[in-house]
Design a protein around this ligand. Sequence first.
Ligand code: PHE
Ligand code: NA
Length: 442
Amino acid sequence: MAVRETWATRIGFILAAVGSAVGLGNVWRFPFLTAESGGAAFLVAYLVLVLLIGLPVMLVEFVVGRRTKHNVVGAFEELGGSNWRLVGGLGAFAGFVILSYYSVVGGWVIQYLIASVTGAYTANPEAYFGSASVGMNAVLFDALFMAFVVGIVALGVRDGIERAAKFMIPGVVLLLIGLAAYGSTLPGADDGYAFYLSPDTSTIVTDAVGLLPDAAGQAFFTLSLGMGVMITYSSYLGEDRNLLSDGLIILVADTSIALLSGLVVFPFLFAMGVDPGDGGPGTVFVSLAGAFAELPAGRVVGAVFFLMLFLAALTSAFSIMEVVVAFVTETFDVDRKPATVGLGVVIFLVGVPTALDLAILDVYDVLANQVLLIGGGLLLAIFGGWVYSAGALEEFTTGMTGGDRLGTAWIWFLRVPVVLVLAFVLYNGFGATAEVVRAAFL
Ligand code: PHE
Ligand code: NA
């Protein structure tokens, strides 16, 4: 078996992990979920969950990855034995499901990038979305997006993923800031900010509790948690560093980009008098493209926006691909290049149904967020808190000074509150999945 790679630099690891976290979840899903679910109440639930549930689970992933320096399946097997191997397998399975539809939406983004330049959606944004999102175009551009993912991941951890993240992530940040600045100059932008940020304080607490399942699903999705991305990425860490500070950097970066995305999306919509829509995957593209089409410099703004979204989606897709590539190359002793190409084809095929029917895309999305990632998170919390707690604590404090008390608090936090909240959310997720399955097939 080939020698395992490591990240070239600390900043390389952090940028790759931020690259995984920052994606369609921040720019596409977060603003509209927030708007659809009552604005600030959702924001509060989301922020609390990111910090109190997301961070502890992320730390379990870091500990498991750095400790074992294995792929998801090998890592769980080494620390937990053959039963826990299955949990690693669940993570790899989640990777297939998520990347298969993530790349379909990635394909929409490429079409919108091209259409911004040619002006193809200007005349009728609604009709354009219809032809871009379902059918032959969706399938072809899904394949194109996957070709980019395969092309980069096949180059390896350092030469592919780390190198790409080093220029793509700064690019995403700069383009987003530029868009937010431009958006703030539009007349009517203030209405957009108000819609996005003003809470109904009288009901905020009860609203936030009801929004828990959605907010938890979004917290896990946005931080790339629950399927072994952070296990895989931290398995390439060479030196022992402070995992808590790395985790906090990733969390703050992801959250800032999500908040910033709202400050881009809503001013544009309100300035152009476009209805923000009901939050579905389609309305995002339809309404934003509609707003861009109305602007004098709309083509340029649209191209910048969709280029930014393309780069953000790519770096997330790399990380999902890396989970399955690491698993397959290390388990079956295949070389990286053929494994990446073969897996790319399989994942593409798994995603074809979602490129043919939006209701099926919805099934994949809800199943992934509310069942697979949350279930994975629950199992990670049980593993770190109960099954492997002594080893987890030891690994957590390696690379930091002190940290024993903090570590003990972390373990207890995993044991009870994190497990309870995730169990509740998972229970809810089964119901939500049944509902979208019924909507798609019955
Ligand atoms: N975090 C990514 C986003 O916000 C999505 C993702 C989920 C990536 C799960 C990897 C694993 O878009
Ligand atoms: Na994210």
